[in-house]
Design a binder for this molecule. Structure first.
Ligand code: BGC
Length: 247
């Protein structure tokens, strides 16, 4: 099935048509930059712009960077506070006229990686997928089933959110060497390891393509693999979620 996958982010809203059978994007990927504190109405208008540009009619899936319950955004760590309490699924439906499913962005990316990215991931009982970019997003899978909205980027580590210690944005802002960032991120991973004892970590987001630069500095016992779909995972997973919701 072909669906429209949308990835709502702190700095851009992106979208493409997704073939949910193959896990591939089957159109150009359209990206509109936004202000950091972008409001819900502005994003809904961008989704409609993307839909029109692609000449698409049909179900839409959208990943949102916060807790999402029944289509409603419950948090907005790196976005405008107006998002909190917004029925994002209804908002996009009202703007586009297309039935929309909304889920957490890391959960969407994790779904895509588990199905079409890291092949061996499905052999493990507990897999923790992390997306490291502006923030740290998490998607926890047990026996291949997603446990949604885990939000481990906001777990406090020595009094500070994990994502404020070791996101990729922090690495760039503080100009940290890979070694220094690796040390900070190791502490984050050790905390997750202690809580969940996963069998595998998958690292996605901006850092996934630079895995060779820091792999040696991550000192934990659990196996780690870089994600394979890179920056397309969020869109593909959102498209998959729309399909699953319609089935
Ligand atoms: C948000 C998460 C999101 C992650 C990555 C965090 O700040 O709270 O919901 O998955 O950023 O975008």
């Amino acid at each position: 099935m072909i669906t429209l996958g949308i990835d709502i982010g702190g700095s851009a809203t992106k979208g493409a048509l997704v073939d949910t059978e193959t896990g591939k994007m089957v159109s150009e990927r359209i990206r509109y930059e936004t202000e950091t504190l972008v409001k819900p109405r502005e994003v809904a208008a961008l989704v409609e712009k993307i839909r029109k540009k692609l000449g698409y009619h049909g179900i839409i899936g959208a990943g949102y960077p916060g807790v999402v319950k029944n289509g409603v955004a419950m948090t907005a760590a790196n976005l405008h506070k107006n998002w909190i309490g917004t029925d994002v699924a209804a908002l996009i439906f009202n703007q586009t006229g297309q039935v929309t499913t909304v889920l957490n962005d890391a959960d969407a990316a994790g779904l895509a990686e588990m199905r079409f990215g890291v092949e061996e991931a499905r052999q493990y009982k507990t897999v923790l997928f992390l997306t490291v970019g502006t923030g740290i997003g998490s998607a926890l899978f047990v026996d291949g089933h997603l446990i949604p909205n885990t939000e481990l980027g906001h777990l406090k580590i020595r009094g500070k959110d994990a994502e404020h210690r070791a996101s990729d944005a922090v690495r760039q802002r503080e100009n940290l060497s890979w070694k220094k960032w690796g040390k900070r991120f190791t502490e984050v991973l050790q905390t997750y390891e202690f809580l969940f004892n996963p069998d595998l970590f998958i690292l996605g987001g901006g850092i996934s393509s630079k895995y060779e630069s820091y792999a040696e500095y991550l000192k934990i016992n659990t196996k780690i693999l870089p994600a394979k779909l890179e920056n397309t995972a969020g869109i593909i997973g959102a498209g998959m979620a729309a399909h699953e919701a319609s089935a």
